[in-house]
Design a protein around this ligand. Structure first.
Ligand SMILES: O=C(CO)COP(=O)(O)O
Length: 247
């Protein structure tokens, strides 16, 4: 049975003080045992958020990391530095990183492998652009992204990988894929994983991301193959976040 995972991706928002105030507001209200609740925050907040969420149901994720453990990589953060903070998840290959920071399928694969090696569960993001969708390439694009990202991932590690299907045109635009469309692509992504790993694919959680909010979360989560949501904008407000994880 796959436990649904609802993760807020704060992107480049919130100071430490704001993050702690947020956690203090939501922590006693996050009480849906059926869902894993996660906050993916900027690096500067991680240590304090781990502290503030101790003894609560909220897990903490980073939004990126380097694939090397150390070295001359000015401005980067190493997987071991995240591990030292006992970080639970790390978002890998978000479309904003692919678009603005030259993240490629190859670096995404290296990061996924490294995250698994240091025991931080990767949230692997895939998804098509509007152009690709209009050209009917959605599934082909997702297939390549998933196959490349999972290259050399060991069978016994597969279930630790969370995949987030985030159509780029639905991110921050207010446009969601219809829940049936999202479900259809997610079903297909599971087939792609199945072609590589067989029935182990049934253990992989696949989230939807893109303009998820309290008003549409139940419908999205009600789909047969959607195992969670990765939420940007609507995860920034404490009351919205509480509604999302308690949908
Ligand atoms: O990119 C996203 C989550 O990673 C989605 O962002 P929005 O929920 O703001 O559309």
């Amino acid at each position: 049975m796959r436990k649904p995972i609802i993760a807020g991706n704060w992107k480049m928002h919130k100071t430490i003080a704001e993050g702690i105030a947020f956690v203090n507001e939501v922590k006693d209200k996050v009480n849906n045992d059926k869902v894993e609740a996660v906050i993916c925050a900027p690096f500067t907040l991680l240590k304090d958020l781990k502290e503030a969420t101790k003894g609560t149901n909220i897990k903490i994720g980073a939004q990126n990391m380097h694939f090397e453990e150390k070295g001359a990589f000015t401005g980067e953060v190493s997987p071991l530095m995240l591990k030292e903070l006992d970080i639970d998840y790390v978002v890998i290959g978000h479309s904003e990183r692919r678009q603005y920071f030259n993240e490629t399928n190859e670096t995404v694969n290296k990061k996924v492998l490294k995250a698994l090696e240091v025991s931080i569960d990767p949230i692997l993001c895939v998804g098509e652009t509007l152009e690709e969708r209009e050209a009917g390439e959605t599934k082909a694009v997702c297939k390549v992204q998933v196959e490349k990202a999972l290259e050399n991932v060991a069978k016994e590690d597969l279930a630790k990988v969370v995949i987030a299907y985030e159509p780029i045109w639905a991110i921050g635009t207010g446009k969601t894929a219809t829940s049936e469309d999202a479900n259809d692509v997610i079903k297909y992504i599971r087939e792609v994983v199945k072609d590589i790993y067989g029935d182990l694919a049934n253990e992989v959680r696949i989230q939807y991301g893109g303009s998820v909010k309290p008003a549409n979360v139940a419908e999205i989560m009600g789909q047969s193959d959607i195992d969670g949501a990765l939420v940007g904008g609507a995860s920034l407000e404490a009351s919205d976040y509480t509604q999302l994880v308690n949908y």
